[in-house]
Design a protein around this ligand. Structure first.
Ligand code: HGY
Ligand code: MN
Ligand code: MN
Length: 397
């Protein structure tokens, strides 16, 4: 069933320019996915609601305390894969269907949740829906977030039928969650190397995003001699390579610049400003030391070119270790599947400081994610959904 569910949305949000999928919170594709999810949830007899922050909830047995909650997200990165997010949502729907087919009667409330803007692909802050739910980001800061067209999150939320004034921490919704389990396609080759279709998550790497703005002097590409230039593209380029070199010198750290935006962006124009975003990740501890080193290199490079640089943190999360007891329970239910750390962020990690949270990963034979090559074999997809059904049945006793 899970593969059939994913096939239903296989053409939603296809990005004909960049390849893969581009599905961003409250845009046409993501709204279509929301409709798809709510229709299936209702067909399963679940009571659905959209919370104040745009997260979708589908309840079996009515809302209640100590609920077992599972789910993931439907939005994607630009040009992303078909499984990152939707696999967890489709597997949750399939798991509920399997429990219904078994005649299972949950002994406590059971809910499927779809978190908004997990990738931060439109408003720049990852896990925005779960951060709002838990209060990890303030309501006003969230309302003011702007997309690349200058539209605020408040405006986009209002356009999707939410009341922007109600955006913010939701202790009632958070208080109903007893335990949370997210199923997700693996975003690496761990399960391929382990020869297992499913794993239980152990930790999520510390990670964050920083915006670097280099300012120089816009000018003519031909009439301006090199000695007369203050070209912000030069320190920006130096920062991209410095980030890689500094991460390479730190144990198992990662640093990526996947987005760089010159203004005005003309081929025959020396940019006046260049913005770039650094994604930094460190397995143990904090990203701040690495980022500070990169910022230092940026400042030196900017000064050498007569430019300035401004560095702003857009989001940061420390390393998260999932609940040991819940991990052990999932491992017991699943007959001792391996445990895996991940370099990817997830809503489960945002919830983890507040409720016992855990993750299940499904094998990805390509080991590639955030790209069209992301994949999971249909047999593993069904194994993942069956594992989730067994876990939910156990936790709902
Ligand atoms: O960026 C991440 O690690 C996740 O895919 N949002
Ligand atoms: Mn992702
Ligand atoms: Mn994801």
């Amino acid at each position: 069933m899970t593969s059939a569910l994913l096939a239903e949305i296989g053409d939603v949000g296809r990005d004909r320019t960049r390849g893969g999928y581009s599905r961003h919170v409250f845009d046409g594709a993501e709204l279509e996915l929301r409709t798809w999810f709510l229709a299936h949830a209702r067909r399963l007899g679940l009571d659905t609601e959209t919370d104040r922050n745009g997260n979708l909830w589908a309840w079996w047995g009515g809302q209640g305390p100590d609920a077992v909650v599972t789910g993931s997200h439907l939005d994607s990165v630009p040009g992303g894969g078909a499984f990152d997010g939707p696999l967890g949502v489709a597997s949750a729907l399939a798991a509920v269907r399997a429990l219904r087919d078994r005649g299972a009667v949950p002994g406590r409330p059971l809910a499927v949740v779809v978190f908004a803007e997990e990738e931060g692909g439109r408003f720049g802050v990852p896990c925005l829906g779960s951060r709002l739910l838990t209060g990890a980001i303030g309501a006003e800061a969230a309302r003011r977030l702007r997309d690349q067209d200058g539209r605020t999150f408040a405006e986009a939320a209002a356009g999707a039928g939410l009341d922007p004034d109600r955006i913010g921490a939701d202790p009632g919704a958070l208080g109903r969650i007893g335990r949370f389990v997210e199923l997700h396609v693996e975003q690496g080759r761990g399960l391929v190397d382990l020869g297992s279709p499913v794993a239980v998550g152990s930790t999520v790497i510390a990670h964050g995003r920083w915006r670097f703005t280099f300012t120089g002097q816009g000018n003519h590409a031909g009439a301006t001699l090199l000695r007369d230039r203050r070209d912000p593209m030069l320190p920006a380029a130096a920062t991209v390579t410095a980030a890689r070199e500094l991460a390479a010198a730190a144990p198992d750290a990662r640093a990526t610049v996947g987005r760089i935006v010159p203004t005005p962006g003309g081929t025959n124009v020396i940019a006046s400003t260049v913005r770039l975003w650094l994604d930094a990740r460190v397995p143990d501890g904090s990203t701040h030391a690495l980022v500070e080193e990169v910022a230092g290199a940026a400042r030196v490079a900017a000064a050498a070119e007569g430019c300035t640089v401004d560095v702003r943190e857009e989001s940061a999360s420390d390393t998260v270790t999932f609940d040991a007891g819940l991990r052990a329970e999932l491992g017991g239910v699943l007959g001792g599947v391996p445990e895996l750390a991940t370099g990817a962020g997830h809503d489960a990690a945002i919830l983890a400081p507040h409720v016992p949270a855990a993750m299940l990963y499904v094998r990805n034979p390509t080991g590639i994610s955030h790209a069209p090559e992301e994949f999971a074999e249909p047999a593993d997809v069904e194994r993942g959904a069956a594992a989730l059904a067994d876990v939910l049945e156990h936790l709902c006793r």
